[in-house]
Design a protein around this ligand. Structure first.
Ligand code: FAD
Length: 486
């Protein structure tokens, strides 16, 4: 049987391993850590369980599809649809519940923000049309194959180019709302791919459709079940995992990948798929070929600073997803992308899985994942930034929730861009590979195949179509489609 080596067991790596096993390859995954999942990992601390990375789950059918490849193997993976996507809070006491049912969202937003319903209806309609028009071109196919441009879907997208909002920013697109709070709420979607609303193109206004059109979901047992269920399935179908084994080189000969080298030796294979971030893949693993300079120089997405707090009481006003907004959103993004620093008034995201899975925290307590968007790691003074950020986050929580949260923090674990970079080899600790702060960003992302080395492929958040759980899973699907049946 032909053999495939996958470097890294992030979501993209796991999904590709499954798809290649399904195509008849004998698959070996090399993973430098002692666990599978990459950014999608979890920890336990003093009776609290925390998902370390992603917390928002959209397009769950992409995970289902992987399980359905092997109907003979039943792995426990299930989820619920959330009725409310997010609870939003502002310092002036405004509270908004973002219903995932569109009619309820429009009604509640019309009331809370005193916004004409017609504007909300039009915005969400446009969001859906943009998503429907572009998903096939930008998300489901390789942007680097001529066949993609010859399809009917692409022709339709090109015809509608002026409508897509490529020439304005997301903020400009959202400024049509009367209430600036709604503009801020819809601007927030730029962060779903680690970008700034003041730079990312208006086409990103398709992202709300994922939540208000399709819905947000929560896997039973927490986000970690996504990576763990795929890992369990991969083991069942015979994928070999070699943990604590870092790949140090991708071997090639006559412009063809021939396998990999690790500290334990040379491993030949018919094809190699790298789930390692594209930047270190070129800088550390591939010797003797020309680098795609423009792609590697692309601006990186934002990173994050996360405090995992065991909280010794319950907050009924909070739900699974909660946002406490900054009073000065432009300054927050200027700090992240221009100053490579943190504003003193950050937007605070609180994720509490114990709202859904009671056993994630001791009785009467909650497990808080408290995150702010942050610049990548440019060797800033992180100790000082962390200290200030902790104080500013506590201030924001106290103002919005009228509490004294420091009294309730029972346990603490902290992850910053340095840790994210170290744990997953993601260049500068970027959460989503390259930022989408430019209308050409999608075209500059690295393709899922290697133009210089045959039989070498690339998956995951740093390559096409981008970062985030759904896009990483789609990258695996595009990659597998490029690889012939064994
Ligand atoms: P990664 O997770 O980057 O994993 C790569 C793997 O490769 C790692 O396991 C690494 O150890 C391994 N590796 C690297 N180099 C080597 C080597 N040389 N040899 C062997 N192994 C190697 N997405 C969402 O959809 N929703 C969210 O709410 C969300 N929030 C996020 C919050 C945080 C804090 C973080 C960190 C990410 C978040 N994301 C979110 C993004 C999402 O987690 C990622 O886009 C996705 O998980 C990345 O998957 P990947 O396939 O790129 O692999």
């Amino acid at each position: 049987m032909p053999t495939a080596i996958v470097i890294g067991s992030g979501l993209g790596g796991l999904a590709t391993a499954l798809r290649l096993a399904h195509k008849g390859y004998t698959v070996t995954v090399f993973e430098q850590n002692d666990y599978a999942g990459g950014k999608l990992h979890a920890i336990e601390q003093e009776g609290y369980r925390f998902d370390l990375g992603p917390s928002l789950f959209t397009l769950p059918h992409l995970v289902d599809e992987l399980h359905q490849l092997f109907p003979q193997h039943k792995i426990n993976f299930d989820y619920i649809k959330k009725e409310i996507g997010c609870h939003y809070f502002w310092e002036d006491g405004t509270v908004f519940h973002a219903y995932t049912n569109q009619a309820d969202f429009i009604d509640h937003a019309g009331d809370v923000f005193v916004e004409p319903r017609s504007k909300l209806i039009n915005y969400l309609k446009k969001s859906k049309s943009k998503y429907d028009l572009t998903k096939s071109l930008f998300l489901e196919k390789s942007l680097h194959k001529w066949s993609t441009y010859l399809s009917k879907d692409t022709f339709k997208a090109v015809l509608n180019a002026p409508f897509l909002g490529l020439n304005n920013t997301l903020h400009q697109e959202n400024s049509s709302f009367t209430n600036p709070k709604l503009t801020q709420l819809f601007n927030r979607y730029a962060t779903y791919n680690g970008s700034s609303p003041y730079k990312t193109p208006g086409i990103m206004s398709m992202i709300p459709h994922l939540e208000m059109g399709i819905g947000t979901f929560y896997p039973h047992g927490g986000m970690h079940r996504i990576s763990q269920s795929l890992f369990e399935l991969a083991q069942k179908v015979g994928v070999e995992f070699r943990f604590r084994e870092s790949v140090t080189q991708i071997n090639h000969d006559h412009k063809k990948a021939t396998g990999v080298t690790t500290e334990n030796g040379i491993f030949p294979s018919d094809l190699v798929v790298s789930n390692m971030d594209i930047y270190p893949t070129y800088k550390k693993l591939i010797k003797g070929i020309h680098e795609p300079k423009k792609t590697l120089e692309q601006e990186r997405s934002s990173s994050a600073l996360i405090f995992y707090w065991g909280i010794n009481r319950e907050f009924p006003e909070l739900d699974l997803h909660n946002i406490l907004f900054s009073e000065d959103y432009p300054s927050e993004f200027e700090h992240i992308f221009e100053k490579k620093s943190l504003s003193n008034d950050p937007t605070v995201y609180i994720n509490i899985t114990s709202k859904e899975t009671k056993t994630d925290a001791p009785q009467g307590c909650e497990n808080w994942f408290v995150m702010i968007n942050a610049p990548g790691n440019y060797d800033q003074n992180w100790e000082e930034l962390l200290k200030n950020a902790r104080e500013n986050i506590i201030l924001k929580i106290n103002k919005c929730l009228k509490t004294d949260i420091s009294k309730h923090i029972a346990t603490e674990y902290v992850l910053d861009p340095r840790g994210i970079e170290k744990n997953t080899s993601s260049y500068r600790g970027a959460l989503y590979g390259a930022a989408s702060n430019d209308k050409f960003a999608a075209f500059l992302r690295h393709p899922n195949f290697n133009k210089r080395l045959k039989n070498l492929y690339h998956v995951g958040g740093s390559v096409h179509p981008g970062g985030g759980i759904p896009l990483c899973l789609l990258s695996a699907q595009i990659t597998a489609d490029l690889i012939p049946q064994a």
